[in-house]
Ligand binder design. Structure first.
Ligand SMILES: [Zn+2]
Length: 281
């Protein structure tokens, strides 16, 4: 049979030297090995620099994940176990209530952080200077308390920059932090503030309840290490609640710090345009 006879002559051809899959791949694509080494190298460098594809892709991803990444970083660096809390007061300074609050904070030796309105600061420049002199941080709560996500980009930029000018005139420097009204942030706000944005993790709802017991209870229920507590120094009930809150939180083992101290003690590097809600260990 002719087909049968042909078989032996074909056999030597089939016995070509056996090559593994990887060897064959190497012969066919000699550049593949080099490409793989380069790729692994790139990923190793990215890992060292703590970069990820998402962080490179969208600058605002960094903002969305900021609290978690700082949470991890702070845990690595902060071990001394002190429980820290920051009181923050918005919408002032008020000629009626802010001096009483400053007296209380002075007597209790508690540093706090004020997010003042440029429009209010202009009316009460001495209170702005006094607050800073007594160890409190002064942040901008913008000029006119507009909802920045509802107005034009130009109006947002004008409001923020007008407030900066006011604080610069009163204090001789611009505010270190910004708290946008209602905590409302969009891309225009992020790119216009020029400072880190300090939001909050505990909302006392003092403006709503205007009730000392309710304010104290709300804070005590939600407080945690690294908390940023939101209050308003323009309501007498809020100011009245402060000494009670200070005593209760001290009894519970908390220490009071202003935002710059809290940031320093938790070893956090703040970035302009990024929002921070708490500084948990
Ligand atoms: Zn406000």
């Amino acid at each position: 049979m002719s087909t049968y006879a042909k078989l032996p002559s074909k056999k030597p051809k089939q016995k070509a030297p056996h090559r593994s899959f990887f060897r064959r791949l190497d012969i066919r694509f000699p550049w593949l090995k080099l490409a793989a080494v380069i790729l692994i190298g790139i990923f190793a460098i990215m890992d060292l620099l703590d970069l990820t594809i998402s962080k490179i892709g969208d600058p605002y991803d960094k903002i969305k994940i900021a609290p978690m990444s700082h949470h991890v970083r702070a845990t690595e660096r902060y071990f001394n176990g002190r429980m820290l809390v920051a009181l923050t007061f918005d919408d002032g300074p008020s000629a009626e209530t802010t001096p009483i609050l400053l007296d209380i904070l002075f007597q209790k030796d508690v540093p706090a952080t004020f997010f003042m309105l440029g429009s209010m600061a202009r009316k009460n420049p001495d209170l702005v200077r006094r607050a800073e002199k007594e160890g409190h941080n002064i942040g901008s709560h913008t000029m006119y308390h507009q909802n920045l996500v509802r107005i034009s980009a130009k109006a947002t930029q004008n409001d923020i920059s007008e407030a900066k000018t006011v604080f610069n005139e009163i204090l001789g420097h611009q505010p270190t932090y910004t708290r946008p009204p209602y905590g409302n942030i969009n891309n225009t706000v992020r790119s216009s503030v020029g400072t880190p944005m300090i939001l909050w993790s505990v909302d006392s709802l003092d403006w709503q309840s205007k009730n000392v017991d309710a304010i104290v209870a709300t804070i005590m229920e939600q407080v945690h290490d690294g908390a940023i507590i939101l209050m308003h120094d323009i309501y007498p009930t809020s100011v009245e609640a402060v000494p009670i809150i200070i005593n209760k939180l001290r009894d519970a083992g908390y220490e009071f710090v202003n935002i710059s101290e809290l940031v320093k003690m938790r070893s956090i590097n703040l970035s302009p345009g990024t929002a921070y809600y708490n500084f948990r260990p």
